[in-house]
Design a protein around this ligand. Sequence first.
Ligand code: PAF
Length: 298
Amino acid sequence: MAQNSPPQPALSWTVVGQGAIGLLAASRFKLAGWPVQLWLRQPAPVDICFNQQPLHFACATAPITAVLIPVKSYAVPAAVQALLPALAADAQLVLSHNGMAATEHILPLLSPAQGLWFLTTTHGALKQGATVHHTGQGQSVLAPLNPAAKNQLLAVQQAMDIALGPVTLTDNILPFLWHKLAINAVINPLTALNNCSNGELAKEQYQPQISQILTEVCQVAAAAGYPLQYAQILEKVQQVIQSTAANFSSMQQDIAHRRRTEIDAINGYIVTQAALYNIDVPYNIELTQQVLQLQHRA
Ligand code: PAF
C-alpha cells in the first residue's frame, strides 16, 4: 500500500436527514472519497453545493452497516425506530445532537451486536437552500455506549475523524455533554431571541447575560456532579463565538424557519435539573419561556 494513502472505510456510512451538520459530515465523507448515502423520511436523492463543489447523495439502501444520526434530540427515537428494519445485524449507530443524550430509550431497541455511540461536536454548519457552508471549524468527542460499539472502536473513530474530526475518544461522554450544554445554553437562545449570528454575541451588550447564564449553568452542573470552571467555560464560549462567528446557530435557524427548537433539551434541561437540586435559575427560566413563546408564535 502507498505510505500516505488516505484511510479507507472499514464500514459503509449512511447519514440520517439533511440538516446542516449531517450534510457537512456527508460532504466531508464524499470529498475524502468515502461512499456515503442519505437516509430520509421520504427517500429521494439529494444534490447540494459544498465548498463550491456540486455533490450528489443517493438514497440509503438496506442493509445499513454504519449510520450517523445527527437529528434533534426529540427526533432520535422516531429516527431509530424507522431505521431498525434496515439495520445490519452488527450495525454501528452514532447519535449526535445538542443537549443531553437520552440513550436509555434507544439501547433496548438494539440487538446485542449493534453498537451505539454518541458524538458531540462544536463544528458550525449552515444550510442555505441547497448550499451547505462549514461556518466554524470545531472538534468532536466520541464515546462508545455499549459493548458492541467497543468492538468497532477503530473503524468508527476513523470515520468520525473524516466526517467531524478531529475526534477525541472517551469512555465517559457526560462531562463533555455538560461542557457543550453550557456553550449551547448561551449561544443558542441568545442568537434565537436576538435573531443574530453567533459572532454578534461578542459585543459588550451581551456580556452581562452570558455571565448570568453561565453562572447558573455552573451551579447546576456542580450539583449534578459535573463541575465546570466558570473562567474556563466562559473562555470556551468566547472561542466558539469567534470560531463560528459567521454561523447562525441551530436555534436561530429553527426559529427563522418556524421549526421546533431544542430549548427543552438545553436551557429547559438546566431548569429541570436546577429544580432537583433546589437551585434558583431565573435567567435560564426566562430564556426558556421566551424561546418557547417565539416558537409557538402564530
Ligand atoms: O447548535 C449550534 O448551532 C452549535 O451547537 C454551535 C456550536 C452553537 C454552533 O452554532
